[in-house]
Design a protein around this ligand. Structure first.
Ligand SMILES: [Zn+2]
Length: 159
């Protein structure tokens, strides 16, 4: 898988702990949630750099608890969270988070969802980083679906 160092998500340690807690509480099932923040586009000699900065995390109860999949389909709850993030905190969705019991790489199902959201008309879900944590090793990876497929991006935990 291609690694793109010019796309980066910065996760403050406090949020990283919240992701771990969310994952722990759902175990042995997969946990999921939404990360809000902002996205900066910077230009340097090599071209563009995209920095996603995490500011707020919402752990969401999976609608279909399972150790191999997650489902966020409560649209009413979604809209409530989106509205609060936008109006109260002036933040946008930057990442869809979920956990795996023993890997931090996208599964086949994840890849299909990533493609689906990319193709879907709702701009709130386009260009979202998929963050996946390995619940055991506490390893966090980030992925993005672009027109040529999935790429891995840089994840930085900030102390
Ligand atoms: Zn997955």
């Amino acid at each position: 898988m291609k690694f793109e160092k010019n796309i980066k998500i910065i996760i403050p340690e406090k949020i990283f702990f919240q992701l771990q807690e969310c994952s722990r509480n759902a175990s042995p099932n997969e946990s999921c949630g939404l990360i809000f923040g902002d996205i900066q586009e910077l230009k340097n000699e090599e071209g563009y750099q995209y920095i996603y900065s995490a500011k707020k995390f919402e752990c969401i109860k999976s609608s279909k608890p399972s150790p191999v999949a997650f489902l966020m389909d409560n649209l009413e709850k979604f809209n409530e969270i989106f509205e609060e993030a936008a109006k109260k905190f002036n933040l946008r969705l930057i990442s869809i988070f979920h956990s795996h019991p023993g890997s931090a790489m996208p599964s086949g199902v994840d890849s299909n969802y990533m493609r689906m959201l990319y193709d879907w008309g709702d701009l709130r879900f386009k260009h979202q980083i998929w963050t996946i944590i390995d619940g055991k090793k506490k390893k966090l990876n980030g992925f993005l679906f672009l027109k040529d497929g999935i790429i891995q991006i840089d994840v930085k935990i900030q102390k």
